[in-house]
Design a protein around this ligand. Structure first.
Ligand SMILES: Nc1ncnc2c1ncn2[C@@H]1O[C@H](COP(=O)(O)OP(=O)(O)O)[C@@H](O)[C@H]1O
Ligand SMILES: O=C(CO)[C@@H](O)[C@H](O)COP(=O)(O)O
Length: 575
């Protein structure tokens, strides 16, 4: 019998790819497709999905590339025989913090698209006042971040209000810099979307509201008062921070925030109905950030952690406690009012591990980008590089890019050796040790900073779930498991793309919830089965090992502080 019944799409517009995943009402994934920006759309000339202007510390992506990626993705789906007529709901996940600047023609263009032409031909450049979107790796906004922290009396108070201290990539400081550097383009802007609400807008045929969780990545939304923060909006709107006309204009450009993550924003635009065969009643559900979407890929228990090994590396937890600190991020939960998402985000995640992989290969005379040597080195190097009980512990910090956690402006590679409480910068060591040390270092940072969220009597996560491109790497999983522990173990979420899956589940929940009272957890939890979706890859807590990492916390913190304060020499290359 031919497959039938409703289907829900989740899209993920992340740094390097646009992905789509389709699920049925029983949560079965029936289709996946992706477009890689570097490989499939080479004419834009991006590398790893972005342009970098090193002189000004800018990182940005062309909006037209994302639109062409959507045209191509839909064409690929059609070529593979995907039945668009079954799609009853669409939601999405977007790389966080990026902003899209729509022109005054945007609404009319979006609502009158002709099926004779592609989205790209009709929208770009006409519908935009600025053809680029600042990327989350951008770090050009130091002055603006300082102004944001100052505006409310320091980064503690900014974190209390918005869930995060001031960050370069956050949209508020980015908007302020845009206002200062590109006043004409800003004046020509009718609306500003996040990457997530931009994606929803394309499907909706009008500008979609910003999502209640993704809005927390802007340094503009007050989580405590559940509304835009007037002090911060007026700062982002004009450098003086006191121009009421500019403030009013920015409020209009940002629009309302949609409080319900499962809201039906309206039916899909007629363009998609006529051109691709979507049903006219297909519901468009708010898209959220890729990280909030990832926590929707499974029913997450309290004390569970998700480690996302994508371009960025992030650790995510869901919590009832609003426990803000400038050391990490708190977001509104994407579907459940009263819950929050805890997050740490490392810029030097996947790409930094790739640099070490290439250096390890180079030392062995290997010129390809295979992971075998990196993996061998990571598992064969003893804990903290200690070859005997008397050997010094080796702790490294690998920041080919300026880092977010900790806030380090100067790229570099820093190696330390610790003997009890005594920490000294190392003269250097074999690059093979770096393979283990980079993962240990990232995991120790996560362990130390997530401690306030965990039960003090049980200071390990219950389970650690790995997602993202790097989650297929067992050596990385082993080192993460050694450092983080995990009472029930470390699991790989074997679901294709977790953020796209979370988005597809969100669309399903939004359309099939019995009433607005049926929670995401209840609906997805009642249909979810671990079978085929979750694979235990490591046992987690290992007595002695977890404690050995505990012994080095003080030295790690001391060494990290030296790097952050610019007191460490470091190296500019790995070998
Ligand atoms: N076998 C592997 N081992 C380690 N890392 C890997 C492996 N395969 C892919 N990756 C990493 O996955 C990253 C891409 O992950 P993905 O989740 O698709 O990224 P994004 O969502 O940011 O576009 C790459 O940058 C690469 O570092
Ligand atoms: O900046 C952050 C989170 O604060 C990043 O996690 C982005 O959201 C990009 O994610 P990926 O493309 O790596 O998935």
């Amino acid at each position: 019998m031919a497959d039938s019944g409703p289907v829900y799409l989740g899209l993920d517009l992340s740094t390097q790819q646009l992905k789509v995943l389709a699920v049925k009402s029983n949560l079965e994934t029936i289709f996946e497709e992706a477009v890689s920006f570097d490989d499939d759309l080479p004419s834009y000339g991006v590398r790893k999905g972005v342009f970098v202007n090193e002189k000004d510390d800018e990182v940005f992506a062309p909006v037209a590339m994302w639109i062409e990626a959507l045209d191509l993705l839909l064409q690929r789906m059609k070529n593979r025989g995907f039945d668009f007529s079954r799609v009853k709901g669409i939601s999405g996940a977007g790389q966080q913090h990026g902003s899209v600047y729509w022109s005054k023609d945007a609404e009319s263009t979006l609502s009158s698209l002709s099926t004779e032409k592609s989205l790209l031909e009709q929208l770009s450049p006409k519908a935009f006042s600025w053809k680029f979107s600042p990327n989350w790796q951008d770090h050009s906004t130091s002055a603006q971040v300082a102004a944001f922290d100052d505006r409310v009396g320091g980064d503690d108070l900014l974190a209390k209000a918005t869930g995060s201290g001031g960050h370069h990539r956050f949209t508020g400081p980015q908007i302020l810099r845009f206002v200062q550097l590109h006043p004409e383009e800003y004046a020509a802007t009718s609306r500003i979307s996040l990457v997530s609400s931009f994606l929803a807008s394309l499907f909706l045929g009008k500008i979609a509201p910003i999502d209640i969780s993704d809005v927390c990545g802007m340094n503009l939304f007050n989580i405590e008062t559940e509304s835009w923060d007037d002090r911060l909006i007026s700062l982002a709107a004009s450098p003086s921070g006191t121009d009421p006309i500019a403030t009013k204009s920015l409020y209009e450009k940002l629009g309302q925030v949609e409080p319900d993550g499962g809201k039906n924003l309206g039916p899909i635009s007629q363009y998609f109905v006529k051109k691709w065969g979507f049903p006219a009643d297909c519901a468009i559900i708010p898209s959220t950030g890729d990280n909030p979407s990832t926590i929707l890929a499974l029913p997450l228990h309290p004390q569970d952690a998700i480690v996302s090994l994508g371009t960025s590396t992030t650790i995510l937890m869901s919590t009832e406690k609003y426990y803000p600190s400038p050391a990490y991020h708190m977001f509104n939960h994407p579907t459940q009012p009263g819950l929050y998402m805890f997050m740490l985000c490392y810029k030097n995640g996947g790409l930094a591990r790739e640099e070490i992989r290439d250096a390890v290969n180079k030392a062995k005379g290997i010129t390809d980008h295979s992971w075998a040597q990196f993996n061998k080195a990571a598992v064969e190097t003893p804990i903290l590089g200690k070859r005997s009980p008397d050997d010094k512990a080796k702790v490294g910090f690998y920041f080919p890019l300026p880092e977010i956690v900790p806030n380090v402006q100067n790229p570099g590679f820093y190696r330390f050796e610790a003997d009890g409480g005594k920490v000294e910068e190392s003269e250097g060591w074999d690059v093979a040790i770096d393979a283990r040390a980079i993962v240990e270092s990232q995991a120790l940072s996560m362990r130390i900073r997530s401690a306030p969220l965990l039960d003090p009597k049980n200071p390990q996560p219950r389970r650690v779930y790995l997602v993202g491109g790097g989650s297929r790497n067992k050596a990385i999983a082993q080192v993460l498991s050694d450092v983080l522990g995990g009472i029930e173990g470390v699991y790989k979420l074997d679901v294709g793309n977790a953020c796209a899956l979370g988005a597809a589940y969100k669309a399903l929940w939004a359309v099939e919830r019995r009433d607005s009272g049926e929670s995401f957890e209840d609906l997805i939890g009642s249909r979810w089965s671990e079978e085929g979706k979750v694979e235990k890859v490591m046992d987690g807590y290992k007595k002695g090992t977890w404690e050995a990492y505990g012994d080095v916390v003080q030295a790690y913190t001391e060494a990290e502080g030296r790097v952050q304060r610019g007191e460490a020499k470091g190296d500019t290359s790995l070998i």
